[in-house]
Ligand binder design. Sequence first.
Ligand SMILES: Cc1cc2nc3c(=O)[nH]c(=O)nc-3n(C[C@H](O)[C@H](O)[C@H](O)COP(=O)(O)OP(=O)(O)OC[C@H]3O[C@@H](n4cnc5c(N)ncnc54)[C@H](O)[C@@H]3O)c2cc1C
Length: 320
Amino acid sequence: MSTPMSQSVQHGAAPQWVEALPEVRGSYHHQFAMADLCWFRVGGPADVVYLPADVDDLAHFLAHLPADIPLHILGAGSNTLIRDGGVRGVVLRLGAAFGAVEQIADRQLKAGAAALDVRLSRAAADASLSGLEFYRGIPGAIGGAIAMNAGAYGGETADCLRKVEGLTRQGEVVELTAAELDLSYRHNGYADFIIYTAAYYEAVPGDETLIRAAMQEISDKRKTTQPIKSRTGGSTFKNPAGTSADGPKSWQLIDAAGCRGARIGDAQVSELHCNFLINHGAASAADIENLGDMVRQKVHQTSGVELQWEIKRIGEAAHG
Ligand SMILES: Cc1cc2nc3c(=O)[nH]c(=O)nc-3n(C[C@H](O)[C@H](O)[C@H](O)COP(=O)(O)OP(=O)(O)OC[C@H]3O[C@@H](n4cnc5c(N)ncnc54)[C@H](O)[C@@H]3O)c2cc1C
């Protein structure tokens, strides 16, 4: 989902601390309508959204950001729910300067953290490289894929990621191997510490026609099994620990708890895939979050399992 930042700038009253933000070559956007930046299309404004000009600009910003100003990182917003009261502090969003994808060796591709997963999978197909087909159906960006160890249809980021470049919250440049990231099912050991700026992937030579056919199959399958045209955040809950391969999946527990199709206002548990929550248009973030909490409660009552949110929820509830 790409939204020209300039179209969404609102000119509300800026909090006083914005005076303390470092001077940057990138841009600050005050009182930014965050609903434009997330797939659910809900949420109040962020105090400030910062778009860095490049890695050096971002490093300078991080090194000089006062420690008491909260910082949130947003990718394509396909796994994030922004609460109705908006986000205090700064939301960092990587833009076009971080969006390049290139083949750097026979079997290696480098992707900027803002490149969409689907772009990387297409670049791999163009180079007749196999292993990244699963990214065809994941609507996020590479930074989010690393943070979440995104995966689908038997593949996950950890399988093909070799190395990442990033910055610490203090602006120091770091390079980490995929092994150092301690990736496991929808988990990254460094998720809250590193801002990813680029990633190196390794794939295996393959037949371009077969690679494209596999991508098409993934795309077709998703259309019939997931509400991909809806305002959603993808899988709401992680599959219960230890059961992602063979035990009951979250959607099965949700179904068994009778929650398929359940509604609060314009928020609904998808009829098609009941681990997806949908905004039919007028749902608030609170409707969606309350529906998710109701589902958790019902699943706990019927199966004893405490579902864990996979979707990241940021910001504050609306006041009053
Ligand atoms: C229709 C639909 C289908 C989906 N199907 C799948 C699926 O099959 N498999 C799957 O795994 N997921 C799926 N998802 C969820 C989502 O697409 C993935 O989790 C994706 O990897 C999130 O990427 P994003 O850029 O949108 O991240 P965001 O939602 O923007 O952020 C998610 C997390 O990543 C962090 N993050 C983002 N960028 C960076 C960065 N540069 N550095 C550090 N941290 C960062 C954020 O702080 C946040 O904690 C689906 C979502 C939708 C809407």
